[in-house]
Design a protein around this ligand. Structure first.
Ligand code: PLP
Length: 359
């Protein structure tokens, strides 16, 4: 067996310990005589898996009691529609557009009401987070929407926008559980788990209870109402059962690692190794404004497309895979999520140094 250092933006690296445990339990989960993939989601065994996963997530994020935790499907992209369908009572919402995912959410919302772009960083290819301290937010906006960590461009909000009393909705797909958050500042925190938590197919939405109502836009399908899933504790229909089980294992791993404060420290340390190298390099440069740099996704370029391609190819041959930048931006991107060991980043930097000397 030979494992690579996987810098994919998602689906992405998972803790090896978790994968090994899942392998051990594959044929017989804790004496049940079957795999978690084969069991009823209504069984006692499975109920314990999903309840424990939720309890561990609540503990990790210190989620207040007046928030529901939902395990959903449809990818983060489905939330682009679910958010307005469930929240746009006044048919108006404010969007801050800081990358492709925020833009897609903004465009999707236009099908359900008036989506107002209150700030954007598109003028400089999304390489920064705009000043959100005093935005012109419509009085009657139902919510303010952000994508908190921009997976493709590698920027992250270091302070949340001043929503002027409006509900904040955040897509945290690529920074989920990377550091502590104050859940009470948000109305909804959601993310696809395939970036920083688990396998593709699960979306976790943490929603303040007063936002979960019957009063959704006309025609909202049963499956797209938060209330449907909240009332049934994520078991309205068959949930992505195996994926939730793996997420649960990652939550346990995170607790063992010391929780989100410890992860933040680890992630800062890892990111610093890479950013410090980029800042000192005469060949490689980071592409975003320094104060907005993401701890999770680190895009960089050489400034020469052919050299970029050569780097990606040679890195792959050396066991550092998925370093090619997103197709819309080119260059390189190293995603260094929770499960990427520090050693992986150190070895990548050593490889980059060597490449720089040789080219
Ligand atoms: C990957 C990603 C998405 C899209 O996720 P899907 O699960 O593929 O729909 C949305 N938002 C962010 C921030 C992402 O990183």
């Amino acid at each position: 067996m030979s494992r690579v250092y996987n810098f994919s933006a998602g689906p992405a690296v998972l803790p090896e310990e978790v994968l090994k445990e899942a392998a051990e339990e594959m044929l017989d989960y804790q004496g049940s005589g079957m795999s978690v993939m084969e069991m009823s989601h209504r069984s006692k065994v499975y109920d314990n898996i999903i309840k424990t996963a939720e309890a561990d997530l609540r503990e990790l994020m210190d989620i207040p009691d007046n928030y529901k935790v939902l395990f959903l499907q449809g990818g983060a992209s489905q939330q682009f529609a679910m958010v307005p369908m469930n929240l746009m009572k006044n048919k108006k919402a404010a969007y801050i557009v800081t990358g492709q995912w925020a833009k897609k959410a903004f465009q999707e919302a236009q099908a359900y009401g008036e989506a107002v772009k209150v700030a954007s960083s598109e003028d400089k290819t999304f390489s920064y987070i705009p000043d959100c301290s005093d935005l012109d937010i419509p009085e009657d906006a139902d919510y303010v929407y952000i994508c908190e960590n921009n997976t493709i461009y590698g920027t992250k909000y270091k302070t949340l926008p001043n929503t002027k009393g409006h509900t904040l909705v955040a897509d945290v797909s690529s920074c989920f559980l990377s550091e502590p958050v104050d859940v009470s500042k948000y109305g909804i925190i959601y993310g696809g788990v395939q970036k920083n938590i688990g396998p593709a197919g699960v979306v976790i939405a943490i929603i303040r209870e007063d936002l979960i109502t019957e009063d959704t836009l006309p025609g909202t399908p049963t499956m797209l109402k938060y209330k449907t899933h909240a009332d049934a504790e994520s078991l309205y229909n068959t949930p992505p059962a195996y994926g939730i089980y793996i997420c649960g294992k990652v939550f346990q791993w995170l607790k063992k690692m010391g929780g989100l404060n410890a992860m933040k420290e680890r992630n800062e340390e890892k990111a610093k190794i890479l950013y410090d190298f980029l800042d000192g390099s005469s060949m490689f440069q980071g592409t975003v404004r320094k104060e907005d740099r993401s701890l999770m996704n680190v895009p960089f370029v050489t400034g020469d497309k052919e050299l970029d391609a050569k780097f990606v190819k040679e890195a792959e041959a050396a066991g550092f895979v998925n370093l090619k930048g997103h197709r819309t931006v080119g260059g390189m991107r190293a995603s260094i999520y929770n499960a990427m060991p520090k050693e992986g980043v150190e070895k990548l930097v050593a490889f980059m140094k060597k490449f720089e000397e040789e080219n």
